[in-house]
Every structure is written in C-alpha cells, then in structure tokens.
Design a protein around this ligand. Structure first.
Ligand code: FES
Length: 159
C-alpha cells in the first residue's frame, strides 16, 4: 500500500479499540499490519501512549517479529524459501525467475507498491519443495513456468 493512501482514521480506531489492554500490543500491531500492510512509524507514538509504553518498546516489538514491518510493502508480498530442501529441488532458479520477472532484488518493493520480494529460511512446507508464498497462500513443487503463471494470475487481478 502506498504510504500516502494510509487510512489514519482506521489506525486511530484500532488504537482506541485496544487502548490500555494488558496484552493488547501484539493484536493491535497485527490489526494495523493487516489493515495497511505495515506499521507506519508515525503511529508508534500514539500506540505507545495508548498502551502506556515507551515508543522504543513498541518499536522493539514491531521489529522483533518477522510478521511486522515498519516499512510499506507491496499489495502482494512474495516470499521465496531458501531452505535446504527447497535449495536441493531448484529453489535458486525460482528466486532467479522472480527477480527477473518482478525486476526486484530481495527485500525490495516495486515503485507502484504491487509486489515485494522476500526470502525466508523455511516456509515449513518442505515436502512441497521448492516453495513460495504470496501473502498467505502457499505454492509448492514450483518450476519457472509455474512461477510465471502464478505471477500472471496476480497481475491479471490487478488489471
Ligand atoms: S526448506 Fe523450503 S519449505 Fe522448508
């Protein structure tokens, strides 16, 4: 999601919903992450005030968990496995195709905020190697042509 498209009203509502909750920080961060695709750093101060924490504590939690991000990501986050099982089954060529097709290096987001490319140590689906995920959907037993058709599907969704 483009940073300028952030719905600050929605973020405020989420913060208010969890205000003062004893164990509310993680669910609060999760809801903001789901709502706008990342935790805007500008929201850290309001979150910390609502949760009676220091901004550094909130930032610490937001940076500790891999599921949270303080930088905007694409609408489609593509995570490629670089674990051993996937590597043995050709994971390298999957990453190569994705880099070429998306024009992105690991950790980069396209300028139009459609795609982010990431690698992870293991997606926990080694029996399907080589694997990748797009947002929360798993894709396994990949080959370069299969990757191309998956990407085409997401590009089509965008119109
Ligand atoms: S090594 Fe790729 S899913 Fe586990």
């Amino acid at each position: 999601m483009r940073p300028q498209e952030i719905d600050w009203g929605r973020i405020s509502a989420i913060i208010e919903k969890h205000r003062g909750e004893k164990w509310g920080l993680i669910p609060l961060l999760q809801e903001i992450q789901d709502a706008v695709g990342y935790i805007p750093p500008q929201s850290l101060e309001s979150i910390s005030e609502a949760m009676h924490l220091f901004p550094a504590q909130v930032q610490g939690v937001a940076t500790f968990y891999a599921g949270f991000s303080l930088t905007p990501k694409g609408k489609y986050v593509v995570r490629v496995c670089r674990g051993t099982a996937c590597h043995v089954k050709g994971g390298k060529s999957i990453l190569r195709v994705l880099k070429k097709e998306l024009g992105l290096e690991e950790g980069e987001t396209s300028p139009d905020y459609r795609f982010t490319l990431e690698t992870v140590a293991c997606l926990g689906a080694c029996f399907l190697a080589p694997t990748m995920m797009v947002n929360r959907t798993y894709y396994g037993r990949l080959s370069p042509p299969k990757v191309n058709s998956i990407l085409a599907q997401y590009r089509k969704e965008e119109g």
